[in-house]
Design a protein around this ligand. Sequence first.
Ligand code: ADP
Ligand code: MG
Length: 628
Amino acid sequence: MILLDIHEPGQTPLPHAEDAATAAVGIDLGTTNSLVAIAVDGRPEILRDALGDGLVPSVVAYLEGDDEPIVGRVAKRILEDEPDRVVASVKRLMGRGAGEVATLGGHLAQKTHDDGQGGMVKLDIGGRIISPVEVSAEILRSLKQRAEMVLGKTVDRAVITVPAYFDDAARTATRDAARLAGLEALRLVNEPTAAALAYGLDRAAEGLYAVYDLGGGTFDVSLLKLEKGVFQVLGTGGDAALGGDDFDHALAEHLLKQRGGDIASQDVKRALSAARRAKEALTDEDTVTADLDLGDRATRHEITRAAFEALIAPLVGRTIEAARAVLHDAQVSPAELSGVVLVGGSTRVPLVRREVARLFGRDPLADIDPDEVVALGAALQAEALTRGSDTLLLDVVPLSLGLETMGGLVEKVIGRNTPIPVSRAQDFTTYQDGQTAMAIHAVQGEREMVEQNRSLARFVLAGIPPMVAGAARIRVTFTVDADGLLTVSAREALTGTEARVEVKPSYGLSEDEMAGMLQAAFENARSDVTTRLLAEARVDARRMTLALDGALAADGDLLSQDERGAIDEARAALEAVMAGEDRDAILTATEALEAAARPFAELRMDRNIRKALAGVEVSRLESRLQAG
Ligand code: ADP
Ligand code: MG
């Protein structure tokens, strides 16, 4: 990545961006959480819901019968009860092929659907086949609606951030998702770049900065150099499949092992949710308890921060090693840095902060909420782009682009970290007498051999006049536009024969698929934001009452008459507003019912634990008797 000042003389800034009929926003489309922000006159702000919440969990629920999916907080709650109908962490699947998914860390990937065509991975949700692009589009649509509700005007353009590691396929998939959501993606900006913008490092004094971004599913570390308003990325590194999710996995595995017994896949998801809650609580507390109520057994586990740190130390260690490697590659010592920026919710974990501080020999910058910093930077960039400001940002090619040559080797045409847009040409020739066609295979990656890199596109330049081997001159040109999208063209110099492809990644949506989806989106004209939010509130309320009824039927005897009365009253209050149009009333009543039922939930937990313990005693006794 590199940030450059580009002066575009023809363009004059619009006088008042806020007067425009439609708005452009910045979107952090995260693996775990997404946010939308807007900047006015250089001041970015997160757009929040009525409860003041800025984070929208990147979770989409496809409930039976409901054709409109549910996004965010409510979907995240449904995840525990109906994991098969809920998609989380879909960002990990963006631009991935059906065959690749098995290799994507974690044994908890969604149920996938393989159409045998070798195309992009699809998810099978209760028999509905859905692509990751569509799932992301739902998240974007929900962010767009949130922004429209807060701003009171149409939001039709956005700067969307992506991890620096995203390859061409993943970027294209993100762009397609924006289109499906009715948003023009003004620019895809790398997340660390956006964070740097939010900190105003582009306006700061000269210096070197490191950006350490540990989110839910990705880890990026970048080294930025700032000089006279020009911002250059000296190096990037990281791990596209490492983040807070892995902390959850480590802790969940530990809990399940402690507990023993058979584990259903549903149990794993619940254990993960419990682990996440415990992990987040351990950021502020030294000891927490996690309750696992799975299958027919409930168990309670005490976790100390020290024990948690021991579990995640190897994962944190991997991030530190990656950061050290980036410094080493750039031949920069920690002492030469002017600052370190923390990005991502997982940088709240005390061990992470300690290790980052230790590596870099200083306390990192964390004044801006690490969850929000990327969206804020994206909003600044969206404003800059829509105002036709004379300062634009440029990114770099994240992975080298090259061509397959003889023997399965790769000839790099554009090296990684080259600023974009860029166009580079390389001359090739024929290797056989009379050869009239040439197969061109564009690949992406850093490795020497074609098979170790990612295949981007293949095409054939035909119509080369027959000549002796080595006489033809074929110029292959790689062009990467400002969004990082690649076009490859080949031209034979003597005859002017030409061939070109706009690289559609192998795992992208086909034009037909895309057209079909756009058509479908247009036909089932979506309900407006109020209807959608109301529907979500109702679903949540309905689920709450159903769960409560089940619990009362099973363990209602635990309650005194007064306690039961309080719950019944809160339940009746919710029933009274549930079918109505007042969303706030439904939300308030749902929360009140949840609060009223909390002591009951604790009583049930205690009873289940006692039952489980009693079971253990009996079986131990039995085995002793048998042994004796
Ligand atoms: P992403 O960029 O991948 O969407 P975020 O930056 O939103 O992710 O970070 C999400 C991760 O941060 C999750 O793994 C979440 O559990 C973790 N997280 C959020 N708050 C805390 C906290 N207080 N302590 C520890 N981890 C946290
Ligand atoms: Mg993030």
